[in-house]
Design a protein around this ligand. Structure first.
Ligand code: GRF
Length: 194
């Protein structure tokens, strides 16, 4: 399967997915065909370049949502992705973007999307002193972290007494869950088309 990975920032989930295609659960199942950003200076883009992957960017700043999304979708369609994988892509998507990839856009959210949506999910878990939180991988619709849930995994937060430790534990789960969910999706899709 062909993966387009979209990011706006650091890119640690992008890197873990790239690694999974090289030597992990996505090996032989998926290839990253482009890493795209709405922020031309996103650190994650540089990481992708350093890994030798094709990158593309389109600045979203100052653009109207629908017009930007239509242009971004058109750009991405040139890479014929089977899945559009949001990895810290800090935008709510409009129908202009969702429609061409309907049912094939995934997001990872560092909380239970029934309990927390939007930014600062690890801060929310830390501030509320949660004993555990959840990482959610879901399909993307027009809402903010509202699409159908594909998988969740619990993060044990007992004894995590700094925000950095909460994030460290959460990201460790994010980094293996996202690749695993994609692998399962791709395998199921292959079975259905046999
Ligand atoms: C992750 O915590 C992800 O769950 C959220 O944004 C963050 C992106 O981090 N959607 P990174 O850029 O993948 O390191």
């Amino acid at each position: 399967a062909r993966l387009a990975i979209l990011l706006s920032g650091r890119g640690s989930n992008m890197l873990s997915l790239v690694q999974a295609t090289q030597t992990g659960v996505l090996q032989g199942l998926a290839e990253v065909v482009v890493v795209f950003s709405n922020k031309p200076d996103a650190p994650g883009l540089e990481l992708a370049v350093a890994q030798g992957y094709p990158v593309a960017s389109l600045p979203s700043q100052g653009r109207k949502r629908e017009a930007f999304d239509a242009e971004a979708a058109e750009l991405l369609q040139q890479y014929h992705p089977d899945f559009v994988v949001l990895a810290g892509y800090m935008r709510i998507l409009s129908p202009a973007f969702i429609q061409p990839f309907a049912g094939r856009i995934l997001n990872i959210h560092p909380a239970d999307t029934h309990q927390h949506q939007g930014l600062h999910a690890y801060e929310w878990a830390f501030d509320n002193q949660l004993a555990e939180t959840k990482i959610t991988v879901h399909l993307v619709d027009e809402g903010l972290d509202t699409g159908p849930i594909l998988a969740q995994e619990t993060v044990d937060l007992r004894g995590a007494d700094t925000l950095a430790e909460v994030e460290r534990r959460g990201l460790a789960v994010e980094h293996h869950l996202y690749a695993q969910v994609l692998a399962d999706l791709i395998i199921n899709k292959q079975k259905r088309s046999c």
